[in-house]
Design a protein around this ligand. Sequence first.
Ligand code: MLT
Length: 409
Amino acid sequence: MIKINEHFNKLQASYLFSNIAARIAEFQEQNPQTDIIKLGIGDATRGLPHACVAAMHAAVDEMGEDATFRGYGPEQGYAFLREKIAENDYAARGADIAADEIFISDGAKCDTGNFQEILAADIRVAVPDPVYPVYVDTNVMAGRTGPFHNGRFENIVYMPSTQENNYVPEPPDTDVDLIYLCFPNNPTGATVSRADLKQWVDFARDNRALILYDAAYESFIRDDAIPRSIYEVEGAREVAVEFRSFSKTAGFTGTRCAFTVVPKECRAFDENGDTRYLHPLWNRRHSTKFNGVAYPVQRAAEAVYTPEGQNQVKALIADYMKNADRIRKEMDDLGYSYVGGEHSPYIWIEAQMDSWAFFDMLLNRAGVVCTPGAGFGPCGASCIRLSAFNSYENVDRAMHRIREALQKG
Ligand code: MLT
């Protein structure tokens, strides 16, 4: 008899953003005249940087000729891209990462979700609350948790990220083996200081734990003192894996290109307590289950590192950050307390009421979509997240509509 993986029964009926998309579709069907403005899912809205488009065109042309055609590429990614990343994203920031420690993939969501697969089933997982749901759901699927009660899974250590700790959780006083951190944070938009990150690296070293560090939003950091990579902290190479993406940096959400960094010294332990390096394990998993990102897409990603690409990407990010500034200004004027939006495209707002009720109110009265904080964990129950991914015109219209809707309230 074929049997299902029973752990799937513990999951919520649908993935957060699929659930929201279904609600929007239902609302639109019932209100076809409403011009909905989406500030929900963090999906790029601007066209790709021209340097990337030109590089992709050229690569597509190469694929059309026998002499320059490429079939299967290296599963880990082409050296031309891995070398550019090592040089520009790491060496330039004083972080020591070699090109062959970088694995090119089709997304940080997939990589943060898949990485747990090379770790034991009985490890203890720690996540912030609120948290990007992928970290939790993939561990539920792998059977590392008990059932779901009051917004939390048994056997997961939740670390509240709230106003009290500036949205940066402190290392727990219980035993944990695998720690997920994300900075600039999704959903709160908060950043971490080098000193706080160092505390985490020291904790992982002292407790033989591993940090999965999601830095998908690093390009939105506007202050050079804020670390962009965990490898800017001494000792991190042994205890941290880092995830990055071109999705938010260069608008690749529909183009798909990301990467995971697994330093050669990064370690876990086998059942005898002996050190096992993760690089060969991840390489084994990646080359078995993944056949590489399309050649034209890797060429497009490479173009991000050309001088024109860098200028275009900076302009793209600056446009989204202008939207974030507009949202922050409106929240200031309306007297809402919030975090994020300074070095992140997300603004996390204390809605002071049930977050799903606030979501419904904004959709019904203003035709604006936000993301209800409850979807990221109980600490988000009375918060909402607004995303800066849209045109300035739409964000400005959304802010006028939100102001009117709240004043009506
Ligand atoms: C989000 O809105 O949280 C992100 O767009 C989701 C993702 O990157 O998968």
